[in-house]
Design a protein around this ligand. Structure first.
Ligand SMILES: NC(=O)c1ccc[n+]([C@@H]2O[C@H](COP(=O)([O-])OP(=O)(O)OC[C@H]3O[C@@H](n4cnc5c(N)ncnc54)[C@H](OP(=O)(O)O)[C@@H]3O)[C@@H](O)[C@H]2O)c1
Length: 262
């Protein structure tokens, strides 16, 4: 079986990708700046955890040695996003090319090149690094994760209401489904050098999703339509976060809520 490197394999999506790749019998190396304790949620038994920083390059050569395929599930917010997505992906791909890595798979976001939102612009630059790379690449764009939509509701609920972004619909997808798609791509599914999009199973209004979250959690507080300002709000209200034609037959939000401890 090929040796697979999961960059950012301790993160939300990365640990699901790591678990899926280990489950399929791959030899899996995980790279991140910190290695989890073996009783931490992020720890997947069977994976080999190493420290590496894609921005500074520290540890990169060591983790890329003898790797056949890399999957990039790294992430950062604020100013760090441009470092991780621009400089980080350049470092990663150049070093990977030197070490004879055959294929690189990137986890990205639906329509990320159509938004002026700063984080999305940094992700679009990351995609361009993959498109320009000498390696065989596959970019996999997905809609927002179930966990991401949930975090919007949780944030407001702490102060007594449930915010539902006004005039916004989501098509959330389970990270377990994302992991299967990413590992399929790592195994060679999809055309070389392609960008493919996958959406969650259903498009629903933020209010409908907030109602499902309230039912599952028993949270009190009214659902309040909240206007999201700036480029992110415009992107969402324009429906650019949706991919109805690429909906997968996956785990729906309400079923996912029932499957986890909320
Ligand atoms: N949230 C969504 O709804 C959604 C939807 C579609 C696509 N995505 C994309 O999915 C990707 C993963 O998101 P996530 O929420 O799963 O990420 P996350 O939970 O924030 O995890 C980020 C990972 O990146 C690692 N990392 C950060 N900086 C690093 C560096 N300099 N060198 C090496 N590793 C580094 C982190 O470990 P250390 O901090 O220990 O280094 C961690 O393992 C992102 O690119 C995001 O854009 C997200």
């Amino acid at each position: 079986m090929p040796r697979v490197l999961v960059v950012g394999g301790t993160g939300l999506a990365g640990r699901a990708i790591t678990a899926e790749a280990v489950h399929r019998g791959h030899d899996v190396v995980v790279a991140s700046r910190r290695v989890p304790d073996d009783d931490a949620d992020a720890f997947v038994p069977g994976a080999d955890y190493r420290t590496a920083d894609i921005v500074t390059g520290d540890g990169l050569e060591e983790v890329l040695d003898s790797v056949d395929v890399l999957v990039d599930a790294s992430n950062a917010s604020g100013r760090a996003a441009s470092h991780v997505f621009a400089a980080g992906s350049q470092n990663l791909l150049h070093t990977a090319a030197r070490f004879g890595v055959h294929r690189a798979v990137l986890l990205s976001i639906v329509n990320v090149d159509r938004s002026a939102y700063t984080y999305y612009r940094a992700k679009a630059a990351q995609e361009r690094s993959y498109q320009d790379s000498a390696l065989e690449t596959r970019i996999v764009r997905t809609t927002q994760f179930h966990d991401f939509v949930t975090s919007i509701f949780q944030r407001g609920a702490r102060v007594g209401f449930v915010p539902a972004p006004a005039k916004v619909r989501f098509q959330p997808i389970a990270v377990s489904d994302v992991a299967r798609i990413l590992v399929d791509a790592a195994e060679g599914q999809g055309a070389p050098n392609s960008t493919r999009t996958f959406g969650g199973p259903r498009v629903e209004s933020s209010r409908e999703l907030a109602e499902q979250w309230k039912t599952a959690t028993g949270a009190r507080g009214a659902i309040v339509a909240t206007r999201i300002s700036g480029a992110l709000g415009s992107t969402w209200r324009a429906g650019q976060n949706l991919a109805p034609e690429q909906a997968i037959d996956g785990l729906r939000y309400a079923d996912w809520l029932r499957s986890i401890e909320v």
